[in-house]
Design a binder for this molecule. Sequence first.
Ligand code: TIU
Length: 226
Amino acid sequence: MSIVDAEPYAFTFDLASTALVIIDMQRDFVEPGGFGETLGNDVSHLQAVVPPLRSVLARAREVGLTVIHTREGHVPDLSDCPPAKLTRGEPTLRIGAPGPKGRILVRGEYGHDIIDELAPLPGEPVIDKPGKGSFHGTSFGALLEERGITSLIVTGVTTEVCVHTTVREANDRGYECLVLSDCVGSYFPEFQRVGLAMIAAQGGIFGWVTPSCAFLSSLAPSEVPA
Ligand code: TIU
């Protein structure tokens, strides 16, 4: 077992039953010139997540942790997008509209895919999700069950939207979630701060929070292959 110093108290996990989950590190959310920036958001807050997350991903691969990526998006005919989501927002910036990096949040488009720095390796599952949470309308839950995963190390964007929804869904399903504070990002600094505080409040109401350095140092040298 590994133990990480975390809020509100130490998080204990077993590498064999833990997955690193990387949520929606897609060009359209993270990169300058993408959908997120078009909406008026400052993507520099999300860009800051990339270097620490790269280090965590590299280490996770070294120690053989299950790595699961997610992407938010819809099939090209948008049949998996509920009308309430489809009609939200300014018409030229809606899902399926032509965006700077292809049709907004449509699978197969350049902007929908994961940034090069965090590209999945062959064999690493990529869960395409139509909603904010990773369980709704996906095979994520079945995948975790198949692999005997009970703990999730949660990273990605955005903290108060897809990360929160996923952590809440996971917590209700009995998973223990550790959120890495510098590996999740929000366009809004106050949402980042409060979003992280909400997870660990009330004795860990949804999960645990810790910086990536604490998580990395918890991976004992004996667990690194020679
Ligand atoms: N992945 C995710 O969080 N999707 C969003 O739409 N986030 C926003 O903050 N808009």
